[in-house]
Design a protein around this ligand. Sequence first.
Ligand code: AMP
Ligand code: GLY
Length: 423
Amino acid sequence: MNILILGGGGREHSLAWAVMQNPKCDKLIVAPGNAGIAQIATCAALDIEDGGAVVAFAEENAIDFVIIGPEAPLAAGVADRLRDAGLLVFGPSAAAARLEASKSFTKEICDAAKAPTAEYGHFTDAAAARAHVSAKGAPIVVKADGLAAGKGVIVAMTEAEALAAIDDMFGGAFGGAGAEVVIEEFMEGEEASFFVLCDGETVLPIGTAQDHKRVGEGDTGPNTGGMGAYSPAPVLSADIAEKALDRIVRPTMAEMARRGMPYQGVLYVGLMIRDGEPRLVEYNVRFGDPECQVLMMRLGAQAMDLMHAAAEGRLSEARVNWADDHAMTVVMAAQGYPGSYEKGSVIGGLDDLPETSFAMCFHAGTDERDGRIVATGGRVLNLTARGDSLAQARARAYEMVHALDWPEGFCRGDIGWRELERS
Ligand code: AMP
Ligand code: GLY
């Protein structure tokens, strides 16, 4: 099979790594890719949000199967364009991708599906939104309705913060994404992510994970795209996973099918767990980054068969071969991230890192210049390892961190702390 993966971050490097291990893969192209991906696959420059360009590229390169990594091309309808052209695709339609691209749409679906989630109000003008906050009080959560690159959610501990967020959003701080606002009840509990594949009908769980969103140790400081993750997330026990499937995921999928927009792809189910009960925080219509890296490390080559089965509507026949293992990924970021940071610093020590089914360095934001690997993004590398225990996975991941020679980079030293303290 000739495969095309769209995207160029750590998520896509791990997807490419898993796909390359599968003997059914004859040729792999990743667009745009990055310097790490270029070491295992062909990279191609392509505007991945331009459906017409992606279709033409796939046809020219005799592609049999397209895997879409990030949300932007999904929201832009690239999966629809590919399917219209007769290509096999892993990833939801633009209509179904609204489960991530519109918070109010997701709330409406949850209402119809009776899925437990935070109570909410949906507002199109600032005065009504402000009145709602005054009536409900803090803590309260203010969300820009549309895609805002992970920055459109303000968890306001005071009413003043919530009112300021409303003014910012209606004032255009998030562009079109903030023209509508969802205001939610603040949910307490512990967050964990549940990943399931869907083929429009059947739902297949493929793993759980927890990430660390804050930049600083002890989960402090500003939010980031994620500074590390581990899988499984024992807090999301089999019992809680079953409740989440029964009450949240399957009713959502049934409601989407009923509305004529069956969901096909991976569904990232963000849950808040309290007293053994899961409630939905959010859906994403793609793998998490860096959660994908730990899932791929654990699933290996079978990940491609599972995605292929989802795309072909064969999930009812698919099985996951679970290993009783643990994986961790530690993100190395450029000093300054998530604020401003320098680009172009040279990363040393990469050649000495292991490249095995137990330890891999996935590249997130790198480029090759004159034979050297340089940092080009905020999050730059994902040191990812697997072991019999989380402690063993952790030791292997940090061994790679210490082998690197990159003074311009940093990482959190405490990825997995919550779970390691518990175990
Ligand atoms: P979202 O983009 O919806 O995932 O929101 C980003 C983060 O904000 C989540 O991962 C949670 O940590 C937090 N969050 C979102 N909604 C709520 C809520 N209703 N209650 C508490 N925290 C929330
Ligand atoms: N790591 C969080 C996300 O991918 O949205």
